[in-house]
Design a protein around this ligand. Structure first.
Ligand SMILES: Cc1cc2nc3c(=O)[nH]c(=O)nc-3n(C[C@H](O)[C@H](O)[C@H](O)COP(=O)(O)OP(=O)(O)OC[C@H]3O[C@@H](n4cnc5c(N)ncnc54)[C@H](O)[C@@H]3O)c2cc1C
Length: 324
């Protein structure tokens, strides 16, 4: 098992997730998660806004299997929308349909989403539908299609690791889109496994949407892609108000600030809340060097050690199963 698969496996483990939720921000996650409640998050957003950076806010949580949990998540997101409005911060929201009941019942999920999009619409706040794994992709597109009949404050994400990403972007070109490489482990029947191919496809999608589409959010920490985009927008005279760069909270802070100072629109993805575990493990999966964040914290606190040990036990269990 390689490190990427190891951390993706950990991200999906329900027991570890529940265990981690009990103990607040641990394992170094506090440097990449903007607090556990709305007040802490809004303070971070204000600090970023003061540096000329806008924010997209993610109330952490995903793959919910109980209606009550989905309704609670919806209410929390409505609170976030109210807070954005009442504090008058430069921010919009990012939501995950699986947090709002997509796996329970699509109509139930649609109603939750409608309430969120409707309230955001009243305050002129944009709502981004994050894209999750392939098993939810078509259902998410269908939810977006239905809500687009009533609202135009929504957009979504196209993941360049999918072979069909070019078809998706043609269909959704009139939406505000975030373009990414893709964070989940997908099989080779449907997704490129080769980094170079994923990067090439991302460049294709970015160029296509900058030329033919609505507003483009280029979401990457990759210097080569960022430098390519800077040159491309110069060569094709693409105005700066047609696109923005996005990065995750706590990653490459200097570069985030530098791009904002260079006059590019910049938006930081700001996750907050107690359900940080799956998000954090995916960050470790895509860049094992991020383990440094963990290493700094893990050995000196009791609960970190417990979560670390539980993760180790889980890994040992998986490896034994595989050998059999
Ligand atoms: C704002 C935002 C929103 C996202 N939303 C989604 C979503 O809805 N669905 C989804 O599937 N995925 C999403 N992702 C995750 C995305 O798909 C990738 O998994 C993730 O961004 C890692 O790819 P990358 O392009 O940043 O660079 P990588 O391919 O991880 O790295 C490429 C190179 O960039 C440099 N680099 C990367 N990270 C760092 C760092 N921390 N410090 C220094 N150099 C670094 C290194 O040179 C590295 O070799 C999102 C990402 C961002 C930034």
């Amino acid at each position: 098992m390689n490190l990427k698969n190891f951390f993706i496996g950990l991200s999906e483990n329900k027991f570890l997730n529940a265990f981690a939720q009990k103990y607040g921000l641990k394992l170094g996650s506090q440097s990449v998660v903007a607090g556990t409640n709305v007040e802490e998050m809004i303070e971070r957003v204000k600090q970023l806004n003061a540096q000329g950076i806008s924010c997209t806010i993610d109330n952490l949580g995903e793959f919910v299997s109980e209606k009550d949990a989905a309704i609670q998540a919806k209410n929390e997101i409505l609170e976030v929308i109210k807070a954005i409005h009442s504090h008058d911060v430069d921010a919009h929201i990012s939501i995950k349909p699986t947090q709002l009941g997509q796996d329970i019942d699509e109509n139930f999920c649609l109603e939750n989403l409608r309430e969120i999009v409707d309230q955001a619409n009243q305050y002129h706040i944009f709502v981004n539908f994050d894209m999750e794994d392939y098993t939810h992709l078509h259902s998410s597109f269908s939810l977006i299609d239905k809500l687009s009949e009533e609202y135009n404050n929504i957009g979504t994400v196209i993941q360049s690791y999918f072979y069909q990403a070019q078809e998706y972007i043609e269909k959704y070109k009139d939406y505000r889109l975030r373009l990414v490489k893709g964070a989940y482990k997908e099989p080779e029947e449907i997704a490129y496994q080769n980094k170079k191919k994923i990067d090439q496809n991302l460049i294709y999608l970015i160029e296509y949407h900058l030329k033919h589409g609505k507003f483009t959010s280029i979401a990457t920490h990759d210097d080569r892609i960022i430098n390519h985009v800077k040159k491309f927008v110069d060569d094709y005279n693409i105005p700066k108000d047609k696109f923005e760069f996005q990065m995750l909270y706590g990653f490459r802070n200097d570069l985030q600030l530098q791009l904002a100072r260079e006059g590019y629109n910049f938006c930081t993805y700001v996750p907050f809340g107690t359900d940080w575990y799956g998000y954090f493990m995916r960050r470790l999966a895509e860049r094992p060097q991020n383990i440094q964040l963990v290493a700094k914290q893990v050995f000196n606190k009791k609960t970190n050690t417990m979560i670390g040990l539980a993760a180790g036990a889980f890994l040992a269990g998986r490896m034994t199963k595989r050998k059999k």
